[in-house]
Design a binder for this molecule. Structure first.
Ligand SMILES: [Zn+2]
Length: 254
């Protein structure tokens, strides 16, 4: 199984992580600009329609999502629909998926096992603001503490996003990152004139490692939505015309 590939045989092209494909009882996908069409508004009808459609395509009864607010809050999903305002969701309900929506922000998919062998899943919307608030660590810890998942069993995929090649930020972003992450946060920034390029993939890979997820189970697909955006939406490229793609992961009902 390849690290990340796009399956063109489904109803829409769907990205799949090799690292997640082997987790028993778990289905996942990353959607593309081909659809289904998630709008920018979490509470609007297109998002609900697209969430239901992608869940059905994965053989699941429904999906839950959040209004993403660039914070550090994790919620637990128990039923389909909008679960509240947060930037990560975890779930152990059979037949239910959780999904994140993006145009440039990394989405981190998580799947792990409890002591009885049953799976649980999670998704994090790792925008720069959520990344410096350690949203990926918080999602893994919520799966561990509330759902009983051993982080050593977790497999993870980091979806397409603005990459270190293109993701230019101002000094205020680096200042906040260093204030929240400590001096070690500087390694995720490379100088670009009087601004910086931020590597959100490296920052979230580091968070997965810090949370106890084995490196061998983690894949960052390393597709930049800005310079390789033919398949994925980019806020920085399309601005107001940008739609949203989704990363979705759920538990197949036994
Ligand atoms: Zn790029």
């Amino acid at each position: 199984m390849s690290r990340f590939h796009i399956d063109d045989s489904a109803r829409w092209p769907l990205g799949r992580f090799g690292a997640l494909a082997g987790v028993p009882g778990v289905a996942h996908a990353v959607t593309t600009r081909a659809g289904p069409h998630f709008g920018p508004d979490a509470r609007a009808a297109p998002t609900a329609r697209a969430a239901a459609a992608v869940a059905a395509e994965l053989g699941l009864a429904g999906a839950a999502w959040v209004k993403q607010v660039h914070g550090g809050t994790v919620l637990r999903a128990r039923e389909p629909g909008i679960a509240g305002e947060a930037d990560a969701l975890v779930c152990d309900t059979p037949g239910l998926a959780v999904l994140g929506r993006s145009a440039d922000c990394p989405l981190v998919l998580l799947a792990g096992l409890r002591a009885d062998g049953t799976p649980a899943v999670g998704v994090a919307h790792a925008s720069w603001r959520s990344t410096v608030r350690r949203i990926t660590v918080a999602a893994v810890e919520r799966m561990r503490d509330e759902l009983g998942v051993d982080p050593a069993t977790i497999s993870a995929g980091i979806g397409p996003s603005a990459g270190p090649c293109c993701y230019e930020v101002g000094p205020e972003v680096r200042d906040e990152a260093l204030a929240r992450l400590g001096g070690g946060g500087s390694r995720f920034f490379a100088p670009a004139g009087d601004r910086w390029h931020l590597d959100l993939w490296a920052a979230n890979l580091a968070q997965l490692a810090a949370a106890g997820v084995p490196e061998s189970r983690v894949c960052a697909c390393r597709i930049c939505t800005i310079c390789r955006g033919e398949r994925f939406w980019s806020w920085r490229v399309q601005r107001e015309a940008a739609g949203r793609f989704a990363a979705v992961i759920g538990l197949v009902a036994p």
